[in-house]
Write a protein that binds this ligand. Structure first.
Ligand SMILES: C[S@@+](CC[C@H](N)C(=O)[O-])C[C@H]1O[C@@H](n2cnc3c(N)ncnc32)[C@H](O)[C@@H]1O
Length: 304
C-alpha cells in the first residue's frame, strides 16, 4: 500500500476544520471550561485535526508527547483511552481536580506527589489581585479543588504521568503504543533535537501505529519565533525529520491562501485566552491578534 493510502500527510491546518469538526470543537471547549484550562490561540485547530484522524480511542494505549496539563490527554481518557502523558516539565503537583476524575498516577513515585502534598502546594500558587481579595480567591480555588476531587465522577480511561524528555523514553518498551499524539510541543526542539525525538517516538509505537503531531510551519525557511520560543519548519525540513518521501502529500503550496484565512478567522481572533493579555512570552504579545505562523499537522505511520 502507498504511504499516501495509509494516510500519511503534512497539512497546514485550515480554519475550515473548526466547522467541519464542530461537535468535537464544542465538546473540547466544554471540557476545558470544566477543568479551568485555556487554549493556545490555534489549539482548537490542532486538537480537531488530531482527533479527526485518530479514530476510536477506547481501550487504546496512547502517548500525549509534550502534554503539559493540556486538554487532549483528559479528553482521550474521558473517551476510554489509557494515556501516557510525557513532559520534561514536572507535573508532580498536579491539582486535585484532575486526579481522581481521570485515574491519574505517576509512572514512577517522583512523577506525581501525593494528593495531600499537591493540595497544600496549591496554596502557594500565584493568584491575581491584592490583599484580602487574593486570600479570598485562593480559598475559593482550593475549596473548589477539594469539591471536584470528592464529587466529580471518574471517567473510563486513565492518565499516567511521566516526567521525561521525549528524546529518551527509557521506561517505555519498543512497539508498545497504539498511537502518539502531540499538540504544539515538538517545535520547542531544534531541527537536530527534533530528529532524535521523532526516532524515539517511532520506537515506542506499535507497527501500524500512528504518530499525529502538530507543529508550526515556516514558508521558505526554518525560523525561530522568539515570542513563542518555537521553531517554524518548512515542508522540506518536516519531510527530512519525519522521514516522509516526496510522494506524501502536503498543502504548503497553499501557504499564503491558508494564512490569509487564518488571519481573518473571527472565532480564533475573538476568543484569545486570558493569559495572552498578561504574559507577552506566550506568543501573542499584549493579546493583540497578530499570527506570525501557521499550525501544521504531520501524520506518520510506523511500517509493519
Ligand atoms: C506549548 S506547550 C503545549 C502543551 C500541551 N501539548 C497542550 O496542548 O497544552 C509545549 C510543551 O511541550 C513540552 N516539550 C517540548 N519539547 C519536549 C521534549 N523534548 N521533551 C519533553 N517535553 C517537551 C514542553 O515542556 C511544554 O510543556
Amino acid at each position: 500500500m502507498s504511504r499516501e493510502a495509509l494516510g500519511e500527510s503534512i497539512e497546514i491546518l485550515p480554519v475550515d476544520l473548526l466547522d467541519e469538526q464542530r461537535p468535537v470543537v464544542e465538546s473540547l471547549k466544554r471540557l476545558a471550561a470544566t477543568l479551568r484550562l485555556e487554549f493556545g490561540w490555534h489549539y482548537l485547530l490542532d486538537l480537531s485535526w488530531i482527533l479527526s484522524r485518530l479514530g476510536v480511542v477506547d481501550g487504546k494505549r496512547i502517548m500525549d508527547a509534550g502534554a503539559g496539563t493540556g486538554v487532549l490527554q483528559w479528553y482521550l481518557a474521558a473517551q476510554g483511552a489509557w494515556v501516557i502523558s510525557v513532559d520534561r516539565m514536572s507535573r508532580a503537583a498536579l491539582p486535585l481536580r484532575f486526579r481522581r476524575r481521570f485515574h491519574v498516577r505517576g509512572l514512577r513515585p517522583s512523577d506525581l506527589s501525593p494528593a495531600w502534598s499537591a493540595y497544600f502546594q496549591g496554596f502557594r500558587r500565584p493568584v491575581r489581585g491584592a490583599g484580602l481579595r487574593r486570600w479570598a480567591t485562593r480559598g475559593y480555588n482550593q475549596t473548589l479543588e477539594l469539591a471536584e476531587w470528592l464529587l466529580k465522577p471518574p471517567v473510563k480511561g486513565s492518565v499516567v504521568i511521566y516526567n521525561q524528555d521525549l528524546a529518551n523514553l527509557a521506561e517505555i518498551a519498543d512497539d508498545s503504543l497504539d498511537a502518539v499524539v502531540s499538540v504544539s510541543a515538538l517545535e520547542h526542539n531544534t531541527p537536530q533535537g527534533l530528529g532524535v525525538v521523532v526516532k524515539e517516538l517511532m520506537r515506542v509505537l506499535k507497527p501500524g501505529g500512528v504518530l499525529l503531531a502538530t507543529l508550526t510551519a515556516g514558508r521558505d525557511q526554518d525560523w525561530w519565533h522568539e515570542a513563542s520560543s518555537g521553531w517554524c519548519y518548512t515542508d522540506n525540513t518536516l519531510r527530512q525529520i519525519f522521514d516522509l518521501p516526496a510522494s506524501v502529500s502536503s498543502n504548503y503550496d497553499r501557504y499564503d491562501e491558508l494564512f490569509e484565512k487564518l488571519r481573518n478567522c473571527a472565532e480564533l481572533r475573538d476568543n484569545l485566552a486570558n493569559f495572552y493579555f498578561h504574559d507577552d512570552r506566550k506568543g501573542m504579545p499584549g493579546g493583540v491578534w497578530n499570527p506570525q505562523y501557521q499550525p501544521v499537522g504531520v501524520c506518520k505511520i510506523k511500517s509493519v
